[in-house]
Design a protein around this ligand. Structure first.
Ligand SMILES: *Cc1c(COP(=O)(O)O)cnc(C)c1O
Length: 378
């Protein structure tokens, strides 16, 4: 089965990790600083690393002091981590429906939800295509709200020529194996605001304060460190940073391959009627994480099963978050966010990764053949 997403591990990655294992540090060591400074350089924005994309989101919400009574506005079409980490801090999750073309949160819908309790608007760059960040920033900055970008899909993407990472107030990344680059489990947080970034980082390191000038207890010895606000252990170990450093060195090559796969899909699938292909807005330079197609609702399940039967490991991204039982039991239901629901009911993610089997003409012929055959019945 060709998986919908899969890591691409090179000999260089294996050597880098082995070298780290032979070294002195397993967890906090020099490779953490090195990976962070390479990411800072690549994203052109100060960045620190954490143990997952979920952890990164939790740090972002903690950094803004999200608490019960606060509201965050999120898109329904995302992985539940976007909402879970805010809900666990006691915040109320609101949903703004998506743009039917990109799958990204619709700024017009966001505008309708902003009120005195709103603390953050969260954009997800669905499939790697950047959200409408300018429009969203206008809304958030004029209302003194934080714009958080869940860029789990979009490291390597650009928006109006600028790399994702330095545009929103806080951007979070995931290095899960199916994402654009991997550390096994891992993630990162970037922000152009030093204070926000510092607060987020402290949360990921148990809340520990080590700067003498900031101590409240002044009579302790050199061993002393103190905690002013609770944090968690979201550190990314040195060994995984070794993999991250090696993966980051390949990211532009990964991006080229993903672009190639994307354009091959377009070539082979363009003429199939009843099939809706992903689009790219002219200001976007995506590093494609997914290749989401849409088909008539009545044929979605059949096509999904037929592709899997042909060893094509498709996936569906995502059941809209408001329909997850954890939200529906609070009263959310089908019909609440019709555009996200329609997107979901028609969506299938075709395999998208950088392994060799993706670059075989026979592969694309096979995919288009199966799709054509099932859609012929529409
Ligand atoms: C993968 C993903 C996350 C969570 O990242 P993990 O590293 O798996 O914790 C969050 N948001 C989105 C949109 C994702 O796709």
């Amino acid at each position: 089965m060709i998986p919908y997403g899969r890591q691409s591990i090179s000999e260089a990655d294996i050597i880098a990790v082995s070298k780290a294992l032979r070294g002195e540090f397993l967890t906090t060591g020099p490779l953490v600083d090195e990976f962070e400074s390479l990411l800072t350089n690549y994203l052109d924005t100060p960045t620190f690393v954490v143990s997952s994309g979920t952890a990164a989101l939790h740090c972002a919400y903690a950094a803004i002091g999200l608490k019960p009574g606060d509201e965050v506005i999120t898109p329904p079409l995302t992985f539940i981590a976007t909402q879970a980490t805010a809900a666990l801090l006691g915040a109320t999750v609101r949903f703004a429906d998506i743009d039917s073309e990109t799958g990204n949160i619709n700024p017009k819908e966001v505008a309708k939800l902003i009120n005195k309790k709103t603390r953050a608007v969260v954009a997800v760059d669905y499939a790697g295509h950047p959200a409408e960040l300018r429009e969203l920033k206008e809304l958030t900055s004029s209302n003194d709200i934080v714009l958080i970008e869940d860029a789990a899909h979009s490291i390597g993407s650009k928006y109006h020529g600028q790399r994702i990472g330095g545009i929103a107030d806080i951007t979070t990344f995931s290095f899960f194996p199916t994402k654009n680059m991997t550390t096994g489990e891992g993630g990162a947080v970037s922000s152009p605001h030093p204070e926000l970034l510092e607060r987020a980082k402290k949360f990921s390191r148990q809340g520990l304060v080590r700067d003498k000038n900031k101590f409240i207890l002044n009579d302790e010895g050199d061993w002393h460190q103190e905690v002013h606000e609770f944090g968690l252990n979201y550190r990314l170990p040195d060994v995984l940073c070794a993999l991250g450093i090696s993966q980051l060195a390949q990211i532009e090559a990964f991006k080229k391959t993903r672009e190639l796969v994307f354009s091959e899909y377009l070539n082979y699938l363009n003429d199939i009627s009843g099939l809706q292909l992903p689009i790219k807005r002219n200001y976007a330079d995506p590093m494609w994480h997914l290749f989401p197609i849409r088909v008539p609702t009545t044929l979605r399940k059949r096509l999904f099963n037929e592709l899997r039967r042909n060893q094509i490991g498709v996936q569906v991204n995502y059941l809209p978050a408001h329909l997850q039982p954890v939200f529906s039991r609070k009263g959310f239901k089908w019909g609440d966010f019709p555009i996200a629901e329609d997107f979901y009911r028609r969506e299938i993610s075709l395999p998208m990764h950088t392994n060799l089997e993706m670059l075989d003409t026979d592969y694309f012929k096979k995919v288009s053949g199966v799709i054509e055959e099932v859609l012929a019945d529409s």
